[in-house]
Write a protein that binds this ligand. Structure first.
Ligand code: GDP
Length: 445
């Protein structure tokens, strides 16, 4: 993961403080030095590192002590607080216009992930009850308009694009017309995708700035690839001078590169990071919470994000019905399949597990985790007749053989699935009735 190495280095530095009754100035200096090196190696900008380490040092040596924590824990807490600060402090939500539509303009270098982000943001806005429309004002890149139409379709939102002969080549006019169209058709948010170049250039800035003047956006989001390394700060400053922006979106946080430079952007520009993009799928997107990111970097876990995603996916009514089915023994393989499909909707399972505390140690296992397992399970269940799915009891030897053949699996795999289902149903039944489930060989959990 992007911050994997930084996490390792910081947790190593903290480990050395474990078991110490009291921190001497030498202990603090040693730790601060390690933190400084870890941040610099992760590409965090020097100015940001200086301020960061100075304030960690001052607070660790100061007499502000939390009696409930041991010295090592206190340092972790201080570093956590300071990380939250450089990431922008409190989470900043999108600001919606009093008179719709709210106009959100995207800016950034080519390849930063703007077009993909337009789709992700639109999909997320829909899930929040909004009615977005996308505007294709990136007329620079040959495929940009088509690409936006594709993500718009995936997200289930309309796309305003220039008609041949009607303003093609004039992104400012397209943007302005798109906003008018949104007004006329009463969409409540307009997302304007703009052109990016491979490097910062004056003409690009002028165009972005002209679009900004023409559509008077409520938010201008600067989209930046977390993998661009040291250039992040200079690029961000150039966009701040050229167009100015109200918020930052970090993309490609799923990459393996050092993401520290991107972490400097909020601090250097004074603009909050508002969203994070963590993959190529439209669902790989989340509002950015500085406190949650800090605890993810420090491997303190990110339970809140996990819970929120789970809540969005498993709607309550559905959950209640399932619990009832468990309790009354009417849970079927069909329900099992639909649960599994919901799980798939939650986005990459690996991303999800990565948010659990201590997950760093599990990374190896996560890498071995095979999401195709779900696909295989689906194949098996889909090869059953509807009656078999509802009454797994019917699954005798010859039926299992038929299912194995139909799904391209072995009978052993079919048996294993049926066993897993039966165990899950039994366990859930106990839980639904308020009991404590027994996992074979493990005692009560
Ligand atoms: P644009 O030029 O700024 O519009 O960038 P695009 O939206 O076309 O994205 C450039 C490439 O990056 C595409 O191949 C995207 O699929 C990919 N991409 C965008 N966001 C992410 C992300 O969060 N993670 C990963 N791994 N790839 C991404």
């Amino acid at each position: 993961a992007t911050f994997g190495n930084l996490t390792d280095r910081l947790t190593d530095a903290f480990k050395k403080l474990r078991g110490k009754g009291k921190l001497t100035p030498a202990d603090v200096d040693g730790t601060v030095r390690e933190i400084r090196r870890a941040l610099l190696d992760a590409d965090v900008a020097l100015d940001v590192v200086k301020v960061f380490t100075a304030s960690v040092r001052e607070r660790a040596l100061g007499d502000e002590v939390n009696k409930a924590l041991n010295p090592a824990q206190q340092v972790v807490q201080i570093v956590n607080d300071e990380l939250v600060t450089i990431l922008g402090g409190k989470q900043r939500r999108l600001e919606f216009a009093k008179n719709p539509p709210t106009v959100i303009m995207l800016a950034g270098l080519q390849g930063a992930g703007k077009t993909t982000l337009a789709g992700k943001l639109a999909k997320w806005l829909v899930s929040e009850g909004h009615t977005p429309i996308l505007v294709a004002a990136d007329l620079q890149r040959p495929n940009a308009v088509t690409q936006l139409q594709v993500v718009g379709e995936q997200a289930g939102v309309p796309v305003w694009a220039p008609e041949p002969g009607n303003g093609i080549g004039n992104p400012v006019k397209v943007a302005r017309d798109g906003v008018k169209e949104a007004q006329r058709r009463q969409y409540d948010t307009v997302i304007v995708d703009t052109a990016g170049r491979l490097g910062v250039d004056a003409e690009l800035m002028k165009q972005a700035s002209d679009i900004r003047k023409a559509v008077d956006p409520d938010e201008v989001l600067f989209v930046i690839d977390a993998m661009i390394g040291q250039d992040a700060v200079a690029t961000a400053k150039a966009f701040q001078d050229g167009v100015d922006f109200t918020g930052v979106v970090l993309t490609k946080l799923d990459g393996d590169a050092r993401g520290g430079a991107a972490l400097s952007v909020a601090s250097v520009t004074g603009r909050p990071i508002m969203f994070a993009s963590t993959g190529e799928g439209l669902g790989d997107f989340e509002p950015f919470y500085p406190d949650r990111m800090a605890s993810r970097i420090l491997d303190l876990g990110d339970i809140l994000t996990l819970i929120e995603q789970a809540q969005k996916t498993f709607d309550e009514e559905e959950a209640r019905k399932t619990a009832e089915k468990f309790a009354t023994d009417s849970f079927t393989l069909e329900d099992f399949l639909s649960q599994m499909q919901q799980l798939k909707n939650m986005g990459s399972i690996k991303n999800m597990l990565g948010m659990l505390p201590g997950a760093k140690g599990m990374r190896q296992q996560l890498d071995n985790f095979d999401e195709r397992e779900i696909t295989r399970t689906e194949a098996i269940i889909q090869s059953m007749t509807p009656t078999e799915r509802r009454q797994p009891r019917l699954l005798n030897g010859s039926r299992r053989l038929r299912i194995a053949k139909g799904s391209g699996m072995t009978v052993t795999e079919v048996n294993a699935l049926v066993n897993r289902f039966e165990q899950a149903a039994k366990m859930m039944k106990t839980v639904a009735k308020g009991g404590v489930p027994q996992v074979p060989g493990m005692g009560p959990i």
